[in-house]
Design a protein around this ligand. Structure first.
Ligand code: SAH
Length: 281
């Protein structure tokens, strides 16, 4: 079969084909991360979500250690390009909107957005050319109220109120995922067809006719009064399967072999089969 225009064969491929050119992804700022491994897994989550700008405020362990690089699982370019800052203020100085993530409601007069709403908000601002940042806190104690006050908005991933605190990299992944999804305009469901194509109406019609002819011959559709409604039911059943051309061919082959056995096995083995009924023999 000849291949048509380039087709997506996976969601990742689809994402590549539909990625918005010029999207300006937010920087990820980790404030005093304690473990190199968490920096590595956060970098991995960033890479998954198309985020590249990693900024570290006074990290407590080396982000290029073997452990950190190993944990990044191939996202080491993000670790190598990460920048270190002494304070959060300096790390975010060039940004125009900052979203601070937190697992807990604080006693503060500030908008708290879900990650999904924040992602839509960030997309709108990034499309308008703004430089954005996402602030993440320390593994043990999160962000201080002072650090939260440096941000425009708070972002909370709504989760089980009894257990809402995420591991650092998981938080980066969920917030990053929402960012990525907000820019994804591919299909919400897709059949991976590989090299085959959906069956044409003509191919399906031929299959129906072939199958119905054989079902009449073998006696399955012997009741003439019920035959039209049975045919409609069988057609509907096959329509729901959204058959590919390859599957239509397979079904033709199955019908032929059920009737004749293997080709070198002819003549027919069907009970009640009369060879003179069959113009194809
Ligand atoms: N024990 C800390 C949690 C730290 S988890 C606390 O109670 O604040 C490390 C970081 O992951 C947090 O500072 C925050 O940036 C992010 N995070 C964890 N859970 C989150 C959630 N449910 N919503 C948004 N961010 C979250």
């Amino acid at each position: 079969m000849t291949r048509g225009p380039r087709q997506a064969t996976s969601y990742a491929d689809k994402a590549r084909l539909t990625a918005k050119p010029g999207a300006n992804p937010p920087a990820v700022i980790l404030v005093e991360p304690q473990l190199g491994e968490n920096i590595g897994t956060a970098a991995r989550a960033m890479m998954n979500c198309g985020l590249t700008d990693l900024r570290l405020v006074d990290p407590k362990q080396d982000w290029l250690s073997e452990k950190a690089v190993g944990a990044s699982s191939g996202a080491d370019s993000i670790l190598k390009n990460a920048r270190r800052f002494d304070t959060t203020e300096v790390a975010i100085a060039d940004l125009q909107a900052v979203y601070a993530t937190t697992a807990r409601r604080r006693e503060m007069v500030k908008t708290v957005m879900t990650a999904r709403t924040a992602a839509a908000d960030m997309r709108a601002r990034s499309d308008a050319g703004m430089k954005l940042g996402l602030l993440f806190g320390r593994e043990r104690v999160g962000l201080t109220n002072h650090e939260l006050s440096l941000a425009n908005h708070l972002v909370e991933v709504p989760l089980n109120p009894e257990h809402s605190s995420l591991n650092l990299a998981q938080a980066v992944l969920i917030v990053g995922y929402e960012w990525f999804q907000a820019g994804y305009d591919g299909p919400e469901a897709m059949t991976v067809l590989n090299r085959t194509q959906p069956a044409t109406r003509e191919a399906l019609q031929e299959l129906f006719e072939h199958m119905e002819k054989e079902l009449i011959l073998c006696g399955f559709l012997r009741n003439e009064a019920k035959r039209p409604s049975m045919i409609v039911n069988i057609r509907n059943m096959l329509q729901r399967a959204e058959l590919t051309l390859q599957e239509v061919r397979t079904l033709h082959g199955m019908i032929v072999e059920l009737r004749y056995g293997r080709r070198d096995d002819r003549p027919a083995r069907q009970p009640g089969f009369k060879p003179e009924d069959d113009e194809e023999v």
